[in-house]
Design a protein around this ligand. Structure first.
Ligand code: RUG
Length: 823
């Protein structure tokens, strides 16, 4: 913390702020070729971005030589997804120069906020998993932990969602169309990545049998760095994202035969590897291109890791002492056979030594128990694309199963459950099993989730390796998710308890006594209202709809998925609508219910629920009886920059997944940190949020995880709830009969059927009444603003645990075995 304060004192000097205005003008001309007298916001945004970035390069180089000189152990966070959002404000926040920059930009005739709006989000991820990776990079570098993110620079990130006639439509997210000033492309560094071919045996000079991978098709990987400044900027790290380039020899034979177009086709195909992010959240789409992307990331990254390592070491034996690799889900798990291949085939090690190095290098984070998200690859696909890796996987499995068989003699069922190769339904490689076997530590992302891993999904593994599976509860960075996105509240907090909270979130607890101070409560409420006003203006711009900031803002923003149960929220909205219609003079707490989230393009049911939300909104918002008391909107294209507007304005945060299904959630943390009260099930990190904020300050309802499991075992009958609850019956009948789709009566039958005829897998019917009761408690409390604001303060005040600084330190000490530099 002292470093941060020191930096902000002489920030003008460190960042040459006196020269910033001139630099912006200079970059307008020299880099962008624009006339500085022009008033184009986009050009000024770019000129500002370059001028900010160049101030960090020096610090970045210093950080790298610090790491080098101290021979620090480095952490490599391998992830197919990062979701950084916009960079400008994040850089300025972490550099501590937001206010100074605002003044300078004003002198140039702009507001900082309007220039910020010129930046396109870097949407290189689907949701929570990618955003977590970005929070962890911020926390690593802010705490001086030598770490890098490694990923893919997709040309097209997560699709742009628009809503047309109530339906989701996807447009491609050509986010780099106008360039990206944050990228530093390393044109002079290229690694070769191999695919296909075959594995060949040969004898080395000592007469040992060795393997080599030959007749491959090669693609080149070029790195592009994006700087990640730590808070206070004592360190600046980077994420290194790979782009595919065709190899120069590609299809040389076609060129020679004069088949220019054929050769160019090959070039284009090879560059396709990094074209597009797969838009599925928690759903495996077993496409060859996806596996190619995974191996492309892994192969390029390991060449880079080993190159850096070998600059300072002569033998690979000490790799695990110098390098920790965290696998963000199984997506990069092909790294395990890749490192084995490199150690054995390229560096000549024997199996046992190589395996020991490997298993001391890797750790794996599991983010889901949903069966449809667990990756398995057909053996013939993997064997064709990566023949040598397939051989190594077989050998890993053979040796592993030998060990299991020795510990559990005669238990063949266990062997087949634990095998890395799934036999039934065609041979497939189970990537989670491979990741567990090849890692020294496996972690879940919230206490409940990790417990479910130990006792459910990975139970066999937990019995075999009783110390391998553990928990690290997720966290979010307080820099972006409070300081940057919520200046009004941050200012108030800093005025009241000082600035340390942003590097030590536990400090927020000092707000607890202030919850009893009515002047502080008023100031807190004013900050919330200011944020609600800002959001109202945004909603007006975005969907041409006025919303009233004096109503309860009830928010559900997350990926659209049946297990997240946006449908249950809609059912509550319909019930409120019916109550108002039945009794137009009823005393109702006025609410604005806002939704946002993308559905995977092929996920029919999730898209239908988006349509239902929009149709319900149409009916509700047009009804004169309801006016002023209930309003519903779906905000299109939920993304990080939208989250930064939505989160600070929420009164109520909907975290209502079927218990046992949301691994952790991180939106739940962001909303509560910004003073929203949570209505939620005992799922994922909600359980720990309740422990921290107190059961009296959160609205918990519904089945618990073990009850869901028990009901599934013993037989669950959703019809029973329909028959015994008239209000629920009416809601279901309205959905099923076409009340919300008068021109297409059967439109929502699949929604109705999924609950009534197809078993209601996510148990909405069972949780409907408890949810309605919890919502009634919300309504009652909101009428007592003094109590509501008190609880809002207590929520934020008790969120210290959910800083990603804490999560990262748990990884550092307990898994990576690295210490912050300079301590
Ligand atoms: O669904 C999970 C969230 O519960 C979790 O908070 C987040 C970060 O750990 O990861 C999400 N997730 C899981 N995203 N993709 C997966 C499966 O690949």
């Amino acid at each position: 913390m002292s470093r941060v304060c020191k930096m902000s004192k002489n920030v003008r000097e460190v960042f040459r702020l006196d020269e910033l205005k001139d630099d912006i003008r200079r970059n307008m001309v020299a880099l962008l070729g624009n006339d500085p007298r022009s008033k184009r916001k986009f050009s000024y945004y770019n000129a500002l971005a370059y001028s900010v970035r160049e101030r960090l390069v020096d610090l970045w180089m210093r950080t790298q030589s610090d790491y080098y000189d101290s021979m620090a152990k480095r952490v490599y966070y391998l992830s197919m997804e990062f979701l950084p959002g916009r960079f400008l404000m994040n850089y300025l926040t972490n550099m501590g120069i937001v206010d100074e920059c605002r003044e300078i930009v004003a002198e140039l005739g702009f507001s900082l906020e309007e220039l910020e709006e010129e930046e396109w989000d870097a949407g290189l991820g689907n949701g929570g998993l990618g955003r977590l990776a970005s929070c962890y990079l911020d926390s690593m570098v802010s705490q001086n932990i030598p770490g890098y993110g490694y990923g893919i620079l997709y040309d097209y990130g997560i699709f742009y969602q628009s809503i047309v006639n109530g339906n989701q439509e996807e447009r491609c997210d050509n986010w780099r169309r106008h360039g990206c000033p944050w990228e530093i492309t390393r044109l002079d560094t290229l690694y070769e990545v191999k695919f296909y071919g075959r594995s060949e045996t040969y004898y080395d000079s000592d007469g040992n049998v060795r393997f080599r991978w030959v007749d491959t098709e090669n693609v080149m990987a070029m790195p592009c760095d994006i700087l990640i400044p730590g808070y206070g900027c004592s360190h600046v790290s980077n994420m290194r994202l790979w782009t595919a380039q065709s190899s120069r020899e590609f299809n040389l034979s076609d060129f020679n035969r004069g088949d220019y177009i054929g050769a160019m086709h090959g070039k284009v195909m090879s560059e396709n590897i990094t074209k597009v992010l797969y838009p599925n959240d928690q759903f495996l789409q077993g496409m060859e291109l996806r596996l190619k992307q995974q191996y492309f990331l892994v192969s390029a990254t390991f060449q880079d890791i080993l190159r850096r390592y070998l600059k300072q070491h002569t033998s690979l034996a000490a790799l695990p002492e110098a390098v920790a690799v965290q696998l963000n889900d199984t997506h990069p798990a092909i790294a395990i056979p890749e490192l084995m291949r490199l150690l054995m085939d390229v560096y000549g090690m024997g199996w046992d030594v190589a395996w020991d190095i490997c298993t001391r290098t890797f750790a794996y984070t599991n983010h889901t128990v949903l069966p449809e998200a667990l990756e398995t690859w057909p053996v013939d696909l993997l064997g064709r694309l990566l023949p040598r890796h397939m051989q190594i996987i077989y050998e890993i499995n053979r040796r592993f199963l030998e060990g299991v068989a020795a510990t559990f003699p005669g238990d063949t069922e266990r062997l087949s459950r634990m095998s890395v190769i799934q036999e039934e339904g065609g041979q497939r490689v189970r990537m989670a099993n491979l990741a567990i076997v090849g890692s020294h530590t496996v972690n879940g992302v919230a206490a409940l989730h990790s417990n479910i891993l130990q006792t459910g999904l990975f139970r066999d593994f937990h019995e075999y390796y009783p110390r391998k599976i553990r928990n690290v509860t997720n966290g979010v960075t307080p820099r972006r998710w409070l300081m940057q996105c919520n200046p009004a509240l941050s200012r108030l907090i800093t005025q009241s308890i000082g600035p340390e909270w942003c590097c030590n979130l536990e400090k927020l607890r000092e707000l607890v006594p202030l919850a009893e101070d009515s002047a502080f409560r008023d100031a807190w409420a004013r900050a919330k209202l200011e944020n609600k006003r800002l959001l109202s203006r945004y909603v007006l711009r975005k969907v041409q709809m006025g919303i009233n900031p004096n109503t309860l803002f009830d928010m559900q923003f997350k990926r659209m998925h049946e297990y997240k149960r946006q449908l249950l929220n809609v059912m509550h909205v319909i019930s409120l609508f019916n109550r108002i219609k039945d009794n137009p003079s009823a005393d109702i707490t006025p609410r604005t219910v806002l939704f946002g989230g993308k559905a995977a393009p092929g996920y029919y049911q999730a898209k239908l629920i988006i349509r239902l939300i929009n149709e319900v909104a149409r009916v509700v918002n047009a009804d004169a009886d309801v006016a002023g008391r209930l309003r519903v909107a779906f905000l299109p294209n939920y993304c990080i920059s939208q989250a930064e507007k939505v989160v600070p304005a929420a009164d109520l945060s909907e975290q209502i997944s079927t218990a046992g299904m949301e691994a952790s959630g991180t939106g739940n943390m962001k909303f509560a940190l910004n003073g929203a009260l949570t209505i939620g099930t005992l799922d994922g990190a909600n359980v720990e949020i309740m422990e921290e904020v107190g059961a009296e300050n959160i609205f918990i309802f519904g089945l618990k995880a073990h009850e869901v499991a028990e009901k599934r075992r013993s037989g669950y009958n959703p019809r029973e709830f329909y028959e015994n609850d008239a209000e629920l019956r009416r809601v279901m009948d309205m959905i099923g009969s076409g009340f919300f789709s008068p021109d297409e009566r059967g439109l929502f039958s699949p929604v109705y059927d999924s609950l009534m005829h197809h078993g209601d897998y996510y148990m909405l019917m069972a949780d409907y009444r408890p949810y309605m009761e919890a919502q009634a408690a919300v309504d009652a409390l909101y009428l007592d603003q003094d109590q509501w604001v008190r609880k809002s303060i207590l929520n934020a005040a008790n969120m210290g645990k959910f800083s990603s600084d804490r999560s990262v330190m748990e990884y550092a000490r307990g898994i990576w075995h690295v210490e912050p530099l300079g301590k």
